[in-house]
Design a protein around this ligand. Structure first.
Ligand SMILES: O=C(O)CCC(=O)C(=O)O
Ligand SMILES: [Fe+2]
Length: 402
């Protein structure tokens, strides 16, 4: 894998960060002081941190960022106890997951209900999910940002139009972007309305059975049996993309968890508090990582200020992304053809895809007749510009277009 100068700089910092002699404690101390002084001056701490990690020149110091796949700060990270009996090994394998007892799952001090599962996928199973995100889920009747300014026949098959270009050896070199590279989001199930910040009964298409099954297994293992995947937002990130500070509160039942699945390049994820003044915790999310936001952490501010190239120490992770043979992949996971994988791997060598799956309605709940007058996602999160199809600033938030 070759890196441009910018990426190389990040590798250097990252390598330093993951070295055994990390001075993480010292850095955390500096961060705490920075946060404290911002609180004193009444500034928005989350926004400052967002800008800090988004900065390109000079690149941010990443030593304070928690890496669940590396050395763990024992004062902040503890093992999470999962319900291994809730999911049989066969059920897990059917959706490409390791047996639950093998999962490395963590809790974060001060964030009850937040669970970080460090790549629980079986070797060779991530390509299936990457291919679904790139080839299958963007297809109609699902909705994507390109639908806002292109006709249905032009957005009909993004994959057929983009894959041959992505596969070609000159891919990315001074060529116009493929449609897949212009894809910023896809919605599934109840399609999120970016203008009204609501879901509604009349804007719904069937939720993909395979993604529902994956979500059910993860939710069950995390203590949420009977999870219903009713909506998902898929975010497609290029190297310069970010996702603004927001709270996911448009779902009507906040007792059900948010399930987040990430593939491709790494990212910095910021998890804050219930107020913008609460200093966020920064963590690295790598390909295959799963995050669960539930309980008291369900309605916390969060954001993705930065995409990072997968660090060199994680080369093994990228190797994991080679498609398994049909014999190895069982259950719901159709094998990925070499041809498809060539295009997928070209795409994810630069990009990150995140699927956040949501249960919208509680048991027996239905949508109100008319949407409530002031659903507040814009006020506090407002993370998408419906017109352009781009993620955008929310008020004074430091968010960014992708
Ligand atoms: O990309 C991520 O990790 C976060 C996505 C997210 O927060 C969302 O879609 O609501
Ligand atoms: Fe979110």
């Amino acid at each position: 894998m070759s890196f441009c100068n910018f990426e190389r700089k990040h590798f250097l910092i990252y390598e330093k960060m993951s070295s055994k002699n990390s001075f993480r404690l010292g850095v955390n101390c500096v961060m705490a002081k920075m946060a404290a002084s911002m609180v004193e001056s009444g500034e928005d701490v989350f926004r400052k941190m967002f800008k800090f990690y988004k900065r390109r020149d000079p690149p941010p110091d990443l030593r304070g960022v928690i890496d669940f796949s590396g050395e763990l700060p024992k004062d902040k990270v503890t093992p999470a106890h999962l319900d291994a009996a809730a999911v049989s090994d066969e059920e897990a394998a059917r959706v490409g997951l390791q047996p639950v007892r093998e999962w490395r799952a963590f809790s974060l001090q001060g964030f009850p209900g937040f669970i970080f599962i460090s790549n629980p996928f079986l070797r060779g199973s991530q390509p299936f999910w990457v291919r679904q995100c790139l080839k299958i889920y963007p297809q109609k009747p699902n909705v994507c940002n390109l639908d806002l300014h292109m006709s249905p026949c032009d957005t009909q098959d993004l994959w057929a139009k983009s894959a041959p270009v992505l596969r070609s050896p000159s891919s990315g070199k001074n060529q116009p972007k493929t449609l897949l590279e212009k894809l910023h989001w896809v919605t599934l199930g109840y399609h999120y309305n970016w203008d009204s910040k609501t879901y509604s009964a009349d804007n719904h298409t069937p939720f993909p059975a395979d993604l529902h099954s994956l979500s059910v297994q993860v939710a069950s293992a995390c203590g949420f049996p009977g999870f219903r995947s009713e909506a998902a937002i898929l975010n497609y990130y290029r190297p310069d993309s970010s996702l603004g500070i927001h709270v996911d509160e448009s779902e009507l039942d906040h007792t059900r968890p948010l399930l987040s699945f990430s593939f491709g390049q790494s990212a910095i994820f910021l998890l804050g508090g219930t107020r913008r003044q609460d200093p966020p915790t920064a963590m690295l999310v790598h390909s295959g990582d799963v995050m669960v936001m539930s309980g008291q952490s369900r309605l916390l501010y969060h954001a993705v200020p930065r995409i990072l190239p997968t660090p060199r120490g994680h080369a093994a992770l990228l190797e994991d992304l080679c498609p398994a043979s049909p014999q190895e992949v069982g259950g719901m996971l159709e094998p990925v053809s070499e041809e498809d994988w060539m295009a997928c791997s070209a795409y994810i060598q630069k990009s990150r895809v995140n699927m956040t799956v949501r249960q919208v309605l509680g048991a027996g709940q239905s949508f109100p007749e008319a949407p409530p007058p002031s659903v507040t996602r814009t006020e506090i999160s407002g993370y998408h510009d419906g017109e352009s199809g781009k993620r955008k600033r929310s008020g004074s938030d430091s968010t960014n277009e992708t």
